[in-house]
Design a protein around this ligand. Structure first.
Ligand code: G3I
Length: 447
């Protein structure tokens, strides 16, 4: 299955996004977040869904980020749905993709109260049986990916909000020793992997984060292999804790690394330019807090596009929580991350509509492409998108736009029904075209 590394979809190699802002001036392509992060000595990551790692999603996941976390693929319920029957397909796929794109993988997660298989949660186990099930699970999964995982979220969400231990199958059956044992077993299976405890609502200084702090301190004192803490950072618009950096620093001072592991900032829908500007400030301040502390090593967003976020289904009426919109256009939040990482690009202040070109699938003689026109703080009542093909590509068919091609010059105008692009919304049109030799992504202009 490791050969998947060589079998990446061809489209992933050719797909690209070209952007041009209509106001105030055209911006050169932004420096990828992973390059900005590297210059700061940081890693920038995203949670991913393995089946989506092609086309524009794969292009952005591979091009912008230096770390991937499987959103669900490495959880116990996914990898061992039936006792003794393993399914590593999606996990292997993500690891192979990461290796092909020179990315780290954060393994997520080995010991949790959620997304466990039914055979485990419905079984009746003695304490000894439960302990050996857990040890086998950790040894098997960590051992399988030995040398391939930079860091494991070994224990996920062990605390209640008041800092007491959460009542789970593990705590109830094994007592709090399950945490030290899990870390020890994981270390035995892959001594090089960094081992983390990961939780939510531990971003600021509060009762829960203090319980985590005290746990890490006692684990360190006892010589248990603990390398880091993960602050999930599932945040609400405008509510970045004021003590975030102080909290990161106090963990760093204990001698462990810190990672922001699941960053998103949800807002009441619909989004508008005011909310998107606040969200930009929120992403920026979280990333800046990590940049300010040398032992904060990684910021990972929990999905990079609003089309791949857990928020919408979990919090009805809330969403738009990630740095890219559902059509893969970067939102102000993206620029907030870039700026906190030292990037100099800025979101056009007002009146911005953008056009993004992407190859969504490609075969030996042809390809399907799409262009998305998005507006934020501005709107359109009609549009025209122009580009010049650099390698003889020829449009054969278009939908949701009227396209003409003269030589290498392509011009696509809105159809009668989709000229309006409201503030905060987008319109997409598609086309088929032929290519030979190479299929470079053109720069598009929006007129
Ligand atoms: O795979 C099934 C699919 O076959 C079925 O048709 C569909 C219908 O509901 O469900 C699919 O499973 C869903 C799974 O995500 C994969 O998409 C589950 O219902 C859904 O509950 C599950 O949600 C995941 C959630 O953890 C579960 O708590 C989210 O994707 C995942 O992003 C989220 O991640 C967690 C972290 O692991 C820990 N921290 C909190 C974070 C957010 O909840």
């Amino acid at each position: 299955m490791r050969s998947l590394r060589l079998g990446l979809p061809l489209a992933a190699l050719f797909t690209g996004v070209a952007l041009l802002f209509t106001a105030p001036t055209a911006h050169a392509a932004d420096t990828p977040l992973r390059d900005l992060a590297a210059a700061q000595g940081k890693v920038i990551g995203t949670a991913v869904t393995g089946s989506k790692l092609t086309g524009t999603y794969g292009d952005l996941a591979g091009g912008q980020f230096s770390s991937l976390t499987p959103g669900n693929a490495m959880k116990w319920g996914t990898v061992e749905p039936t006792q003794g029957t393993f399914n590593w397909t999606e996990a292997d796929q993500i690891v192979a993709f990461a290796q092909a794109h020179d990315q780290q993988v954060r393994g997520h997660t080995l010991v949790w109260h959620s997304q466990n298989p039914g055979w485990l949660t419905n079984g009746t186990w003695t304490s000894a049986q439960l302990g050996s099930l857990l040890q086998n699970h950790i040894s098997t999964e960590v051992g399988r990916y030995k040398g391939e995982i930079a860091a494991w979220d070994v224990v996920n969400e062990p605390f209640n909000e008041d800092g007491s231990y959460r009542s789970t199958i593990w705590y109830n059956g094994l007592g709090s020793d399950y945490i030290a044992n899990a870390l020890t077993w994981a270390h035995a299976a892959d001594p090089a992997a960094k081992l983390y405890i990961n939780d939510y609502n531990v971003e600021g200084v509060n009762a829960k984060s203090t319980a985590l702090y005290n746990l890490v301190k006692s684990l360190k004192a006892a010589g248990v292999p603990i390398d880091g803490v993960g602050l999930q950072a599932h945040l609400i618009l405008g509510q970045v804790p004021a003590t975030l950096q102080q909290n990161i620093q106090r963990f760093a001072d204990l001698g462990v690394d810190v990672a922001i592991t699941e960053l998103d900032v949800r807002m009441a829908l619909p989004s508008d330019s005011t909310k998107l500007a606040q969200q930009k400030a929120d992403f920026k301040s979280v990333v800046a807090a990590c940049v300010a502390v040398s032992r904060c090593v990684n910021v990972t967003v929990w999905g990079f596009t609003d089309s791949d976020s857990w928020v919408d289904s979990t919090f009805p009426g809330y969403g738009a929580a990630t740095p890219y919109d559902a059509n893969y256009a970067p939102k102000p939040a993206y620029h907030g991350i870039a700026e906190a990482l030292g990037g100099t690009t800025t979101t056009p202040p007002t009146g911005a509509c953008t056009a993004a070109y992407a190859v969504s699938s490609q075969w030996n003689t042809g390809f399907t492409g799409q262009v998305t026109i998005s507006c934020s703080g501005a709107s359109l009542t009609s549009w025209k998108v122009n580009w010049t093909y650099g390698a003889g590509q020829q449009i054969t068919q278009a939908w949701n736009a009227t396209c003409t091609q003269s030589g290498a010059s392509v011009s696509c105008a809105n159809a009668s029904y989709n000229g309006t692009v409201a503030d905060g919304s987008s319109v997409t049109f598609g086309f088929n075209a032929s290519w030979t030799g190479s299929n470079p992504v053109p720069t598009v202009t929006l007129g």
